[in-house]
Ligand binder design. Structure first.
Ligand code: ADP
Length: 401
């Protein structure tokens, strides 16, 4: 079965075409289109038969998918005889009210996503808009939404709740949903392969533009640092992370801003950027090394927050077999890994300084003999979405866990 996995930004479209019948080389093609809606977009595609880069006017995401299907059936570099070979487009969807798992996108799913537009303001609006356009333009092509919250539905009920009135949780969906499900799920699969067993206790550390930790036992999530929205938990590049809602009345009163304006600051100008003015960790590390106290504070705050959740999750799991770092920061920043895991030999966690400093992207970075193994693993989130989409289509159902 061939599944196109799409990654949407408000003005961008990236895709990979998976052939899940071929375990050796499941990716048949990949491509990207940027600046959708502007006069000129860069359109790139790469297949086993060749690659091309052109400039075009791309009006909307429907146009982008049409260009992608044309590329995939191109006589010179294409990999499909006919666009109908694509069984579905799979999406890593973020959030919907009282709806999770893997879903065939229909009006009900789109309405549930729309109902949480303000909970996931960076993600839901562009996905809903693009999905509506694609349904109209390609009515025979199923769209599958694999929700980021799905992996975390195995978390015990008590750890999914806030201390709020019952109905707010059950009717309104105000609960700790957890996110980054595709990434944490991939880590659970891959670390089981790397360590040769499935009965593992793992802390998965997804550190990137947005960041979260998940505690995973025997392949199932039992805790996640993200809550009701992707703005909680660890500080993110520009999103606040954990925050006390009773600061809101003070902020509204003292700044004269509206609730929407304050939420915009918390969702777009806070986190690491709020603390030090920069949101790219490479810039923050450079500035901290040059002695900038705000950059040092942002790094220290980030590390303290990771250690806070790591400690809680190690206790929750009753120890760990592995700690896995993924995401742009998790894979690349030896400094963050070293500071996060400093002085933890009592817990059986010992980094190997040379392995931590450099090596292939996927590698063990703990010392030989460290009771808890530490790894860096790049997550293949698209493969997770492709497999989930395939499983749903094969089941013949409209939704699955
Ligand atoms: P997203 O969550 O948006 O997909 P990524 O997972 O790509 O983002 O992570 C982006 C983050 O990774 C940025 O903050 C960037 O600074 C950081 N990063 C990338 N390379 C390095 C590096 N070599 N050292 C430190 N941080 C890095």
């Amino acid at each position: 079965m061939k599944i196109l996995v799409a990654n949407l930004g408000s003005t961008s479209f990236k895709y990979r075409l998976f052939d899940l019948g071929d375990p050796a080389e499941p990716v048949l093609a990949r491509g990207a289109i940027d600046r959708i809606g502007s006069p000129s977009s860069k359109v790139v595609v790469k297949t086993a038969r060749g690659e091309s880069e052109t400039s075009k006017t791309v009006a909307d995401h429907g146009d982008a998918v049409q260009i992608c299907l044309d590329q995939l059936t191109d006589p010179e570099i294409g990999v499909l005889a006919d666009p109908s070979e694509v069984s579905a487009i799979g999406f890593k969807a973020v959030h919907a009210r009282n709806l999770t798992g893997v879903q065939i996108v229909d009006d009900e799913v789109l309405e549930a996503m729309e109902a949480f537009n303000d909970v996931a303001p960076a993600h839901n609006p562009p996905y809903v808009k693009a999905m509506r356009g694609l349904r109209e333009r390609f009515p025979g092509l199923p769209l599958v939404a694999a929700f980021e919250t799905g992996f975390h539905r195995t978390i015990p009920e008590a750890s999914q709740r806030y201390g709020i009135p019952e109905e707010w949780a059950t009717k309104l969906g105000v609960r700790k949903w957890g996110f980054h499900g595709a990434s944490h799920r991939y880590i659970s699969w891959r670390i089981a392969e790397l360590m040769g067993r499935k009965d593992l206790k793992v802390v998965s550390c997804h550190l990137g533009g947005s960041s979260s930790l998940a505690a995973i036992r025997d392949g199932a999530s039992i805790a996640c640092s993200l809550g009701m929205s992707p703005q909680t938990g660890l500080p993110h590049n520009n999103r606040v992370g954990d925050f006390d809602v009773f600061a809101l009345p003070v902020l509204l009163r003292e700044t004269g801003k509206s609730l929407e304006e304050v939420l915009d600051v918390l969702a777009n100008h806070s986190g690491l950027k709020g603390l030090c003015g920069a949101n790219d960790l490479r810039d923050i590390e450079t500035a901290a090394q040059a002695g900038d106290p705000r950059a040092k504070l942002a790094l220290d705050y980030f590390v303290a927050s990771i250690r806070h959740y790591l400690g809680a999750f190690l206790l929750e799991l009753g120890g760990a077999d592995a700690i896995v770092f993924t995401g742009g920061i998790g894979e690349n920043s030896s400094l963050i890994r070293e500071q996060t895991l400093r002085d933890l030999s009592w817990f059986g966690i010992e980094l190997d300084p040379a392995l931590n400093a450099s090596g292939p992207v996927e590698r063990r970075v703990s010392r030989e003999g460290s009771r808890v193994q530490v790894w860096t693993v790049p997550a293949n989130e698209e493969l997770v979405v492709a497999r989930q989409s395939q499983a749903l289509l094969q089941s013949g159902r409209k939704s699955s866990d």
